[in-house]
Design a protein around this ligand. Structure first.
Ligand SMILES: [Zn+2]
Length: 469
């Protein structure tokens, strides 16, 4: 379709009456007066070691470690996730990191296979469905492309959507992914590593190109592996204008949910996202607001960056626009700032119309076990103060990832969230604020049933102060 036609289609759509929102079981289930409508896809997503209680300081990113310790971390997180009401987990790295081997199947040695099976069984025991990350025409095809350069005429990472042989490779990967492990679905990404720009593919706009390959893969999965959940994540795909709407609607007809990784900040005018959501046949969602990217190489007490108000406001606004899906990033519960955010996010996804402050109050009570109401209030106030101390310097309405250290590397990296996101003056303001909250947390050690959580919080704050010096 020419760009002119897309604009016309978008305009026609905007002028028409929007279709009713998705009519799935959860949305139509009779709910008592005053009750909330939770999200249908309360998902949790990350690379396989992103939730680990232990860092992998010397592994190249993404670490593929899957040992007994990590399995134990998963068991502990599943218990918490189930309590919080998460119902899906999307894991990247069950099979490979970034390159399928040429025979596809040799990527999972028997011992690793047994551990992956345990990881999936444990999720199912807690009522959580397991989705695998799935690269669509890119992410994972590096070795295949190296051996068959014709598959990708314009990129070392992205196969050509117009080459029938590239589809045969994609099909092989899909069949292996669904036959090797009893997964419940896939969270797909096609845009993170770019696209093919050969003359044939160049006839498509970027949104059309990614719709084409996501729909092609979804149709195949529906036909060959029926009953599986299909999520499509837009990572790397610019959205937000009316021209991209018809392509998103095509994806919506085939997928169960669509994730807009950047959130409302990228929509060109107010109301467009709401009307898009109403017109899509699938559930729509985001990654849940600003996400602190799990730092693979760092000690778990090196940062303290809660995103409470922003998570609460982001999920509430998404729900108000009709959003019913989320792929919330893995959080490291060995870090109390991460744990409290995960708890709040789970509660918000279940009851997004309840004020986030009420959910936060409950989350603080459950996590720290304060001895009285005053201590609950004080912990909450200090946590929110820590959030503002950093985020007041960043754009409001931020959604997306905040890298603490450089993502790609094989050793602990420098604290770029301090050096690259803040000016020298802002760093000194942030440091002064954190210095000021430490005594408050110290007084709380004797006021809670979980003093270790407060002590770890203090250790985290002191680590940040050391990084600021
Ligand atoms: Zn091409």
């Amino acid at each position: 379709m020419l760009r002119r036609d897309i604009l016309k289609a978008g305009a026609a759509w905007l002028g028409s009456r929007c279709l009713p929102a998705h009519n799935g079981a959860l949305c139509t289930a009779a709910s008592p007066a005053g009750s909330d409508v939770g999200f249908r896809h309360r998902g949790y997503l990350g690379w396989i070691t992103d939730l680990s209680s232990q860092p992998d300081p010397h592994a190249a990113w993404p670490s593929m470690r899957l040992d007994d310790r990590l399995l134990e971390d998963y068991r502990r997180q599943y218990e918490l996730l189930a309590r919080l009401g998460f119902n899906e987990i999307s894991i990247w790295g069950l099979y490979v990191s970034d390159a399928w081997p040429l025979d596809i199947t040799s990527c999972v040695p028997p011992e690793r296979g047994r551990r992956v099976e345990k990881l999936i069984e444990a999720a199912h025991r807690h009522g959580i469905k397991v989705l695998s990350g799935l690269g669509v025409y890119s992410w994972g095809f590096r070795e295949i492309i190296k051996a068959h350069p014709k598959l990708a005429p314009t990129s070392p990472y992205a196969m050509c959507a117009s080459d029938p042989d590239a589809w045969l490779w994609m099909e092989k990967v899909i069949d292996f992914v669904f036959s090797r492990f009893p997964i419940d679905g896939v969270s797909m990404q096609s845009a993170d590593q770019g696209r093919c720009e050969c003359p044939k593919c160049s006839e498509y706009s970027t949104a059309e190109y990614h719709a084409l390959i996501n729909v092609r893969v979804s149709e195949y999965i529906r036909a060959q592996w029926s009953g599986k959940i299909i999520g499509v994540n837009s990572w790397g795909l610019p959205l937000g204008d009316e021209a991209s709407v018809p392509s998103l609607q095509k994806i919506g007809k085939m997928a169960d949910y669509f994730i807009d990784a950047r959130g409302a900040q990228q929509w060109e005018h107010e109301g467009l996202r709401r009307r898009l959501i109403a017109s899509m046949a699938c559930d729509f969602g985001t990654i849940g607001g600003p996400q602190v990217e799990p730092p693979q190489h760092w000690r778990r007490d090196r940062w303290f960056l809660p995103t409470l108000r922003r998570t609460g406001e982001h999920i509430a606004a998404l729900a108000a626009d009709g959003g019913r899906a989320c792929e919330y990033f893995f959080h490291i519960i060995a870090n109390p700032g991460d744990e409290i955010c995960l708890r709040l996010a789970g509660k918000m996804l279940n009851a997004p119309r309840v004020a986030w402050q009420k959910h936060l109050h409950e989350a603080v009570e459950e996590m720290f076990e304060p001895r009285n109401e005053q201590a609950t209030g004080e912990i909450t106030r200090l946590l929110l103060r820590c959030e503002e101390a950093y985020f007041k310097y960043l754009p409001s309405n931020i959604s997306g990832t905040i890298s603490l250290e450089p993502l790609v590397g094989d050793r602990p990296g420098p604290p770029i969230y301090l050096t690259e996101r803040l000016t020298a003056d802002q760093r000194s303001g942030y440091g002064a604020e954190l210095e000021a909250v430490v005594p408050g947390f110290e007084r709380l050690v004797a006021e809670v049933g979980q003093p270790e959580k407060i002590r770890t919080t203090i250790a985290c704050l002191k680590s940040v102060l050391a990084d600021l010096r």
